[in-house]
Design a protein around this ligand. Structure first.
Ligand SMILES: [Zn+2]
Length: 246
């Protein structure tokens, strides 16, 4: 069992890493860990989590979100974390950040749910983008509840990312991987039309994943590609190729 003192150090460590990547600006974002007694250790609101937050700034809230320890206030975004913990008894940590490429994709209305890279199929199944919700309102946790039962990582439209895991480092790793996928996808799209994995390739990846004992992931819930490219896509690709050789 990891001591609370160590878990506090882990949160500060993860926040520094997120800030160094540029996925927290100023006081953005929040990280939490569910303690063994069901209370939640979390970053407070209004503190720069990369530069100025210490282990003593962290707060503890009960399962309903009421602060039970610490001097600072909880973030209004804690409700997102509580929703995730309620829907997922298996998880121990939640990371919410504002990763640049993931947010840019949501602003452009481009989904990352397509099966583009084998590691997406293995790690996430798919990366859904939630509907837009008004910050600080009940809409935010309600929307998270819709997706968190099936997915460990998601993009919050015009807002950021939410990732969960068995510990805070696992939740952080999913953020890092998701943003890396977004960065690769961005660059690939700059080069031309992208080629999603085919349905056969995805089926094979799922078989291999099961043989390796990886958890079974939902794929392609919001992906319209794996059923095979539609007529429109074939035409667009053909036109693109036509233009480039003319
Ligand atoms: Zn946020």
């Amino acid at each position: 069992m990891t001591s609370e003192a160590q878990l506090r150090r882990d949160i500060v460590d993860v926040c520094k890493r997120i800030y160094e990547h540029g996925w927290f600006a100023a006081t953005d974002g929040n990280v939490s860990i569910r303690l063994d007694d069901g209370r939640i250790l979390a970053t407070p609101t209004g503190v720069h989590k990369g530069l100025r937050m210490t282990e003593d700034d962290l707060i503890v809230v009960d399962a309903s979100g009421k602060r039970v320890a610490g001097a600072r206030d909880a973030s209004s975004e804690m409700r997102m974390h509580l929703a995730a913990y309620q829907e997922r008894p298996d998880i121990k940590a939640v990371v919410h950040a504002h990763p640049t490429n993931c947010i840019a994709f949501s602003l452009a209305g481009v989904s990352l749910a397509q099966c583009l890279l084998p590691e997406i199929v293995f790690t996430f199944g798919s990366i859904p983008t939630t509907a837009y919700t008004t910050p600080t309102t009940e809409e935010v946790p309600a929307e998270v509840r819709k997706w968190i039962k099936k997915y460990d990582a998601m993009i919050l439209d015009r807002h950021g990312s939410l990732t969960v895991g068995r510990d805070v480092f696992a939740a952080y790793d999913k953020l890092e991987r998701m943003e890396h996928v977004a960065e690769i996808t961005y660059r690939a799209r700059m080069l031309g039309p992208i080629r999603p994995l085919t349905r056969d390739q995805i089926t094979r990846l799922q078989q291999v994943g099961q043989e390796l004992g990886l958890p079974k992931r939902e794929v392609c819930e919001s992906c319209n590609v794996c059923e095979g490219p539609d007529e429109g896509m074939i035409r667009r690709v053909a036109e693109e190729i036509g233009r480039s050789i003319r």
